[in-house]
Design a protein around this ligand. Structure first.
Ligand SMILES: [Mg+2]
Length: 231
């Protein structure tokens, strides 16, 4: 099937926030003296948490904080300590994000090549303005004709609304599109929209977890993603 459009998730596919999260997690583990925690497990839960709360207004975060902080690695810790830990982690992450984050090696070249033959869009659970700033910073804006953030949809991923909105604007069928993401929420959104779902295990979610959600294709990293397109 000839593909006409590719939708990219931003964080974890184009923009590499792994180092910022790793450093924030390490700081948190050290400051709160968390013992017997596995950093990979923490990374996975934190990545989901960060993705989820970044588009919530503060009152909603507070109202849902009890439920949001039901993460495994903080089991057995009092709610207030969990809250302090989460706020510390989020602040550290924001502190590192600008300085430590960059685009994945080779992804810019892949994007510029793909843009010659098909339409490209961004779908992020972050703010669309954030996506615009990141793309601008790395000279990638020119390749994307649609950017959708949480502010452009009523339901974020795993809801397929954003993908369907893009397909509608492009006037193409789900079978003519590919969605590339890095989280289980991306896989669910892609499957619900019935597009071809490619998942990159870029480091935030564990490969086994992603595999359980059965994307159409699961690749290890950006290098494998580039090989897959063979252009
Ligand atoms: Mg992502």
């Amino acid at each position: 099937m000839e593909k006409k459009g590719i939708i990219f998730d931003l964080d974890g596919v184009i923009y590499d926030i792994t180092e910022a999260i790793k450093k924030a997690v390490d700081d948190g583990i050290e400051k709160y003296k968390l013992e017997n925690v596995n950093r990979d497990d923490v990374m996975e839960e934190i990545a989901h948490l960060i993705e989820e709360i970044q588009n919530y207004p503060v009152p909603k975060i507070l109202l849902n904080s009890f439920e949001l902080l039901e993460v495994k690695f903080l089991e057995g810790i009092s709610f207030f300590k969990k809250l302090r830990f989460a706020i510390f982690l989020f602040n550290q992450f924001n502190k590192y994000k600008e300085a430590e984050s960059t685009i994945f090696k080779g992804i810019d070249e892949l994007i510029s090549k793909l843009a010659k033959n098909m339409k490209l869009a961004i779908l992020t659970n972050n703010k669309s303005q954030y996506a615009e700033e990141v793309l601008e910073k790395f000279n990638l804006s020119q390749y994307f004709d649609i950017i959708i953030g949480f502010n452009d949809v009523s339901e974020v991923k795993p809801n397929p609304e954003g993908i369907l909105k893009i397909l509608d604007k492009w006037n193409i069928k789900p079978s003519e599109a590919i969605f590339i993401g890095d989280m289980t929420t991306d896989i669910e959104a892609g499957k619900a929209a019935k597009v071809k779902m490619i998942c990159v295990a870029s480091g935030l979610a564990k490969k086994e977890t992603l595999q359980q959600h059965q994307p159409d294709i699961l690749v290890e990293n950006t290098d494998e993603l580039i090989k897959l397109f063979n252009i």
